[in-house]
Design a binder for this molecule. Structure first.
Ligand SMILES: *Cc1c(COP(=O)(O)O)cnc(C)c1O
Length: 462
């Protein structure tokens, strides 16, 4: 399996190389040259399997011969062993034909653990073989950072640096990043928004001297290995509800377009998905773009679903690559226009996107109202991101097709917003009940590439 860049000008790599590289050297994102497919019989055969065995069968064709079957099975087993639910990604029914896919039973209580725990084990296996050391740099709107830290803490061959927007993540999110005591963990509170953090990480990757000097590796949702890990639960949940005989739809609370893009890959692999619904909060650039074709960031407005407070949605580039018939030059052109303020998707490409994706948005008041109503009618307490999903799903779902809404975080990650909306205080699972008592370790840093690079070089020299 070969991996190519969305901008058409970076070296072609295998899975392991693409995973270790993250951002392609032409600024693009790696994708498999062809998407493997599963036959209806292959999909039917997933019924009743463990999550781990499903994961093995879905991901194996993408891995090629980078890991043996035994190695890969072992990696998957270790990745999901720390989850607090035997099913890993259980489905809960909310209403007739509406289901919630609970993706928050991992170590940091958000869906990002599915990908990050796997990537941690993949990196470790790979570095053990090569004897190398890598510096992981990532930007986070809150959940990626803690998931990365949890996945890489204590690994000898890795230092992990996470940039988060100072003052703009929830206390639980911050504490999950700042309380691990392992010396290879470095939490950096940067001045600015998530988009600024993400831009500085991209700058580091585009500074080839720095990148090569510190062996920079990326684990943001641009890393295809992360997307791949997320493809698995689209299959496991759809099969639980009768796929491949029965079609299902998904609604996905979306920011960086990573999670929903995994659904797109699942569909291209042959999973009978009817609609993929993009659900945004008030930072609704993706909804506006899918409605009008116009992609023009106009500033982030902080919301109670902070992990989706994003205007530069990295993985959307991957969807554009396919919508433009894999024309890397066309994508590179759009991204150039984006740096100058925005772009307009061509009519043909917009039509291709709309054949797969629907979209809707959810205001702050609607988010709170959804948390309250769902608690009153089902006893389920939603995190604000999941509430955005449920609201949009209810608006757009078709009564005849099962709708699966992705619950992306545990309500206890966002206790203030959840309690304000519902009157219920969401408790942390007992395994992390002492989070508020642990001491914090964090470095404040300016929104300045040079300062960030100096700090990283200094820390890894020690
Ligand atoms: C990251 C995140 C999202 C958005 O996911 P994308 O893959 O960036 O679209 C939604 N909800 C939560 C809780 C998250 O952590």
């Amino acid at each position: 399996m070969k991996y190519i860049s969305t901008r058409g000008k970076a070296p072609v790599l295998n899975f392991e190389q693409a995973m270790m590289t993250g951002l392609a050297r032409d600024g693009g994102l790696y994708l498999p040259e062809t998407i493997p497919t599963l036959s209806p019989d292959d999909i039917a055969a997933l019924a009743g399997l463990s999550y781990e065995e499903t994961a093995f069968r879905i991901m194996k064709p993408f891995i090629g011969d980078c890991f043996t079957d035994d190695e890969f099975r072992d990696i998957i087993a270790k990745a999901y062993a720390g989850f607090g639910h035997a099913a890993r990604a259980p489905l809960v029914q909310l209403d007739s034909n509406h289901f919630l896919l609970e993706l928050f039973h991992g170590p940091t209580l958000a869906f990002k653990d599915f990908a990050m725990q796997l990537i941690g084990q993949l990196f470790q296996a790979s570095l053990k073989r090569s004897g190398g050391h890598v510096t992981i740099a990532g930007a986070t709107s809150g959940d990626t950072g803690s998931a990365a830290i949890e996945a890489f803490k204590g690994l000898e061959a890795v230092d992990v640096f996470i940039l988060f927007p100072h003052g703009r993540v929830s206390e639980v999110q911050r504490r999950q990043m700042t309380t691990p005591a392992e010396s290879n963990v470095h939490a950096l509170a940067m001045d600015g928004h998530f988009d600024d953090c993400q831009a500085r990480v991209k700058d580091m990757f585009n500074d080839f001297d720095f990148r090569d000097g510190v062996h920079l590796a990326g684990v943001n949702s641009i890393n295809f290995a992360r997307v791949l890990a997320q493809v698995v639960y689209y299959f496991s949940s759809a099969v639980s509800l009768g796929a491949p005989q029965r079609k299902v739809s998904f609604t996905v609370p979306t920011g960086n377009f990573g999670d929903i893009f995994a659904g797109y890959i699942a569909k291209r692999m042959g999973l009978p998905i009817d609609r993929l619904v993009v659900a945004t909060n008030q930072n609704d650039i993706l909804h506006r773009c899918l409605s009008s074709g116009d992609y023009r960031p106009d500033g982030v407005v902080p919301s109670i679903s902070p992990s989706m407070d994003i205007q530069v949605s990295s993985n959307f580039e991957r969807a554009l690559f396919y919508a433009y018939d894999q024309d890397g030059a066309a994508v590179a052109q759009l991204m150039e226009e984006l740096s100058a303020g925005g772009f307009t998707v061509s009519q043909g490409a917009l039509q291709a996107l709309r054949e797969v994706f629907d979209s809707g948005h959810c205001s702050e008041a609607e988010t709170s109202a959804t948390i309250r109503t769902l608690f009153d009618t089902t006893g389920e307490l939603l995190c604000p991101h999941s509430a955005v999903g449920v609201k949009v799903a209810n608006e757009l779902r078709d009564a005849d097709v099962p709708m699966i809404t992705l619950a992306t975080a545990h309500p206890a990650k966002f206790p203030a917003a959840v309690e304000a909306a519902s009157g219920q205080h969401p408790d942390l699972p007992t395994r992390m009940a002492d989070l508020y008592d642990r001491s914090e370790r964090v470095s404040r840093i300016a929104n300045d590439l040079g300062a960030i690079e100096d700090l990283i070089k200094d820390r890894i020299a020690k």
